[in-house]
Design a protein around this ligand. Structure first.
Ligand code: HEM
Length: 290
């Protein structure tokens, strides 16, 4: 999602510090500074406010376009087709039927090798535009995302950016590189750039290299990613062998999502071969491993 080398380094530094994982494993925390030695194991700090996920965070995390409409379920052993599903077949109560007829390893393999949808305009999943809630009511989540963001008092796109010290868009052409979208948005908002909703602006924005979502959203993520660690005593002052035991600390340090998946499902070994990050697309069975 944010695979630019600079952001990969920045996010790892959040946990390990700029000194990095290797220094941490050899010498432990070498500095009281979270920049050098990471947030984990440092002091707890609420920065003067009780911790909560902010409404700004909730607004930028509404990434429903990530969800696909079509899901091609395949076998982990040879990539052969098991079933073509829609989101409706997989979500809610019908998910139980899929779980009964498809093994967990095949489901994990299928999800690990499918790509998510791009978080961009004109890409909202059809099934979430007419999402059938468990109570039977139909809901248009695309409209709901905008409505909720407004009713929760989150600012419109330009004002939101100003308060983040980011440059607001002065014109619709400045908002997006796509001239057709600029024209559509201008028409929709009667030529008033200040009215453009946060969700619309973020989905229209030209993305930084290697990013799968907007720079505007990223600013909020970086802040919240640090704050959820800073404020949590179990990641900071209690992140010690006295609380977790020495074996427990080593367990956390030495495991990743890849090792967790493989412990439970060794069948995924080929699909995950050589990957250090389980959140990139996995290898497809039957194709050469790069
Ligand atoms: C099958 C997939 C999904 C379904 C069916 C679904 C459905 C929903 C529904 C029904 C709501 C409540 C809407 C309301 O306020 O009335 C919601 C809220 C939300 N969804 Fe999703 N969603 C899905 C996937 C995702 C994904 C992938 C993300 C982000 C990566 C996401 C982020 C959110 C957020 C941030 C909210 C607002 C939560 C809040 O009000 O505090 N959702 N979603």
């Amino acid at each position: 999602m944010i695979s630019h080398p600079t952001t990969v380094t920045a996010l790892r530094a959040n946990w390990w510090g700029l000194a990095g994982e290797r220094v941490h494993k050899l010498f432990g925390r070498i500095s009281g500074s979270e920049v050098v030695s990471g947030i984990a194991g440092g002091g707890t700090d609420h920065y003067g406010v009780p911790y909560s996920l902010t409404e700004e965070f909730v607004a930028v995390y509404r990434m429903h376009p990530l969800i696909r409409d079509e899901w091609h379920l395949r076998s982990v052993s040879d990539d052969s087709t098991l079933r073509h599903c829609t989101l409706r077949d997989l979500a809610g109560p019908s998910a139980l039927k899929v779980l009964e007829s498809t093994s967990t390893a095949d489901l994990l393999y299928s999800f690990g090798t499918l790509h998510p949808g791009l978080v961009t305009l004109h890409n909202f999943p059809r099934f979430l535009q007419e999402f059938e809630r468990p109570d039977g009511h139909l809901q248009d989540l695309a409209a709901t995302d905008i409505l909720r963001t407004r009713e929760l008092g989150v600012l419109r796109y330009n004002e939101f950016r100003r308060l983040l010290r980011l440059k607001p868009a002065e014109t619709f052409a400045e908002l997006t590189d796509n001239p057709a979208w600029a024209e559509e948005i201008e028409r929709l908002y009667d030529g008033d750039i200040e009215k453009v909703d946060l969700t619309v602006g973020m989905y229209a924005e030209t993305l930084p290299a290697g990013f799968a979502f907007s720079d505007t959203a990223f600013r909020i993520f970086v802040l919240m990613a640090s704050r959820r660690l800073n404020s949590d005593r179990f990641f900071t002052e209690y992140y010690t062998p006295e609380v977790y035991s020495t074996a427990g600390m080593a367990w956390i340090d030495d495991n990743t999502m890849v090792t967790v998946l493989l412990r439970h499902h060794p069948e995924l070994r080929t699909a995950l071969a050589g990957l250090t990050n389980a959140f990139v697309p996995w290898h497809t069975a039957g194709r050469a491993v790069a």
